[in-house]
Design a protein around this ligand. Structure first.
Ligand code: PLP
Length: 405
């Protein structure tokens, strides 16, 4: 039995007030709040266990290194990756995708080669490919979603051609909550010798992930959306693709021997991790992932599905609210607009009621254009949200309707 109140009690920030009202935090899609166990781990890491990692021989350096390196195994388990060496630490999904663009795609792709992406993508899975378009003549091929936000896997597969070298698709839209059938897409890509990148920044938060089952080559995650610290993240890279990668950041830690005229590199994954990493952030991410696995990703998925069903029905019953994205099986992320009110105005009024939502284009301008909107308000629900949070949102929206209609 999932006890959401017991979960909430572990997040100190959820008991604070905002603008004189109890906080209703519906912005976890941007960044999730942190449970006490993660906050304590960060404090402990700085107050008792801190030093730089890898290159020291003293006690604290060894301790910090053990804690930090131990997280690779935790991420491996969380993603069901075959081996901990398949895990490269990053500062988040943005760095993970840029790493693939610079380390894998740039050395291997040529002018005219194609990268397939969907219109659902976050800018983190668009702009790095624009770099390759601008600098190398790579062609970006776009797959549109339907107006309910759903993405037809077959349309992605049909777009794969002899020039396609990479398909890079989100597992879950951060705007509409659409889930994508990435497994079918990755299987089709693999059978054609096309590499696949699944953006797991949202998808990994809302249910169990198995990168072997998905069959992808690259799967980045974001620590701060997974209830861990900001500045933490990781990417799973299939060993065959890892062997094809060249390091793009040079510096300490990623080398074996540096001479005046030559350089040799450390073994992967450290070959791709130059410089002092986010030591405490990564340790905190490990604690968050362990804690999540203990709660159970299946349990979280079930709880959030219940919230999503409830919120869908409630929001769609407001006939003056336009919900953007109503695909079946969507996650608990809701974007909406209201005629006569800008998304920023809505979010300001909601904030006065203690309801934190995000307003704007959500780093997804091509999707905004496709949906015919300039901005939306987005309420994103998480493991600690309740049906009462939905009710609070709805009554605050009713107030907006009274004010703006
Ligand atoms: N991909 C998706 C689907 C996202 O929602 C986000 C963040 O909102 C990102 C990528 C980028 O994540 P980060 O900013 O943590 O690197």
């Amino acid at each position: 039995m999932y006890d959401v109140n017991a979960i909430r009690a572990q997040f100190p920030i959820l008991s604070r007030e905002v603008n004189g009202k109890p906080l209703t935090y519906l912005d976890s899609g941007a960044s999730a709040q942190k449970p006490q166990v993660v906050i304590d781990a960060i404090t402990r890491a700085y107050s008792e266990e801190y030093s730089n990692v890898h290159r020291g021989l003293h006690f604290l350096s060894n301790l910090a290194t053990d804690k930090y390196e131990g997280v690779r195994d935790i991420v491996k388990t969380f993603l069901n990756a075959p081996h901990e060496d398949d895990i490269i630490f990053t500062s988040g999904t943005t760095e993970g995708i840029n790493l693939i663009a610079y380390s894998w795609a740039m050395p291997r792709l040529q002018a005219g080669d194609e990268i397939l992406i969907s219109v659902l993508e976050h800018h983190a899975n668009i702009v790095p490919w624009h770099f390759l378009r601008e600098r190398m003549g790579i062609v970006i091929k776009w797959i549109d979603c339907a107006m309910d936000g759903s993405l037809d896997a077959q349309a992605v597969i049909d777009a794969m051609g002899p020039k396609t070298k990479l398909v890079a698709i989100t597992q879950m839209s951060n705007v509409t909550g659409t889930r994508v059938d990435v497994k079918t897409i990755c299987a089709a890509a693999r059978s054609r010798g096309i590499a696949s990148l699944v953006d797991g920044s949202q998808g990994s938060v809302h249910g169990p992930v198995d990168v072997q089952d998905i069959g992808c080559d690259f799967y980045p995650i974001t620590g701060h959306k997974l209830y861990g610290p900001s500045g933490s993240g990781a990417i799973y890279v299939h060993p065959d693709r890892q062997a094809e990668m060249q390091p793009f950041m040079g510096g300490g830690d990623m080398i074996d021997v540096v001479a005046r005229d030559t350089v040799t590199y450390n073994k992967p994954p450290m070959k791709f991790e130059a410089g002092t990493p986010g030591i405490v952030q990564t340790i905190g991410m490990g604690v968050a992932l362990d804690w999540l696995m203990n709660v159970g990703m299946d349990n979280i998925a079930e709880h959030e599905a219940d919230i999503a069903t409830y919120a869908s029905a409630k929001l769609q019953s407001l006939n003056w609210l336009q919900v953007q994205g109503t695909a079946p099986d969507k996650g608990a992320i809701f974007s909406f607009t209201m005629a006569g009110a800008h998304a920023h105005d809505l979010s300001t009024v909601l904030d006065k009621r203690g309801v934190a939502v995000r307003a704007g284009s959500h780093c997804a301008m091509p999707l905004m254009e496709h949906l015919g909107v300039t901005a939306t308000c987005r309420a994103s629900f998480a493991m600690y949200n309740t049906k009462e949070d939905v009710d609070t949102l709805v009554s605050a929206l009713e107030l907006c309707h009274d004010l703006f209609a």
